[in-house]
Design a protein around this ligand. Structure first.
Ligand SMILES: [Fe+2]
Length: 232
């Protein structure tokens, strides 16, 4: 059994070479791509099992002894296929900076505080209807050295693992009203404005909890004409 997935779902996906986003100069392919047909090993190879998702992995605010600093948020949404059907059993993983804009990672040398109570990683499976939900802290903006005085908008990195090892999609979710969006070469590398705005979540008062946390909704379409832009 072999199956060829389409290389691109639609024209809205960012080009591999986007000169404003400097690291694409080095990592974008110089030669035409070779299409690899997926064989049984990619389609049925090992994927994360349910046992790798622990009980508190969906709540990034309770993974340490104390409470993390920052603005508590709830992020939820619907993972959909091209027909608008919810996709159950998708492993949704997130990673993000803390409220000060710092990742708890050796490679992050930004001069901002590390929060010992915030690791910045979460994972959850979509439910039977394709819904996911995380509790977290709103990530801060942080500088990067792409160009002079470059700052990333507030964002959360998302990964979606489907039913096979090769079925992984990665993208970033942004927050509404962020003035850094219009200056961000990564966000702007998606040529179509409507497509890039699909990466911006919406304030959702239906899940906002009084006296507790603001709620945001971000739906994701895995493929098709309305596909959420993903990283190559
Ligand atoms: Fe980031």
């Amino acid at each position: 059994m072999t199956l060829a997935y389409p290389i691109t779902s639609n024209a809205a996906q960012p080009p591999r070479l986007s000169p404003g986003y400097r690291s694409t100069l080095k990592r974008s392919p110089q030669k035409p791509l070779i299409i690899m047909r997926h064989t049984l090993s990619e389609l049925t190879g090992p994927v994360y099992g349910h046992e790798t998702v622990r009980e508190n992995d969906h709540d990034l605010t309770i993974q340490a002894e104390g409470e993390p600093l920052g603005e508590r948020i709830i992020v939820h949404g619907h993972v959909l296929d091209e027909e608008g059907r919810g996709v159950p059993n998708t492993l949704v993983e997130i990673w993000q900076a803390n409220a000060s804009g710092r990742y708890q990672h050796r490679a992050d040398q930004h001069d901002a505080a590390i929060d010992p109570n915030f690791r910045g990683e979460g994972r959850v499976y979509t439910d039977d209807e394709g819904w996911y939900r995380f509790t977290s802290i709103k990530p801060g903006a942080y500088p990067w050295r792409n160009h002079d005085n470059a700052w990333r908008p507030n964002h959360i990195h998302f990964s979606f693992f489907g039913s096979g090892f090769a079925a992984r999609l990665i993208t970033q979710m942004y927050f509404p009203g962020d003035p850094l969006l219009e200056l961000d070469p990564i966000f702007l590398s998606i040529p179509d404005a409507a497509a890039r705005n699909r990466l911006v979540c919406a304030l959702d008062m239906m899940v906002t909890e009084p006296e507790w946390a603001l709620g945001y909704r971000w739906d994701v379409v895995l493929r098709g004409r309305e596909a959420t832009p993903m990283e190559a």
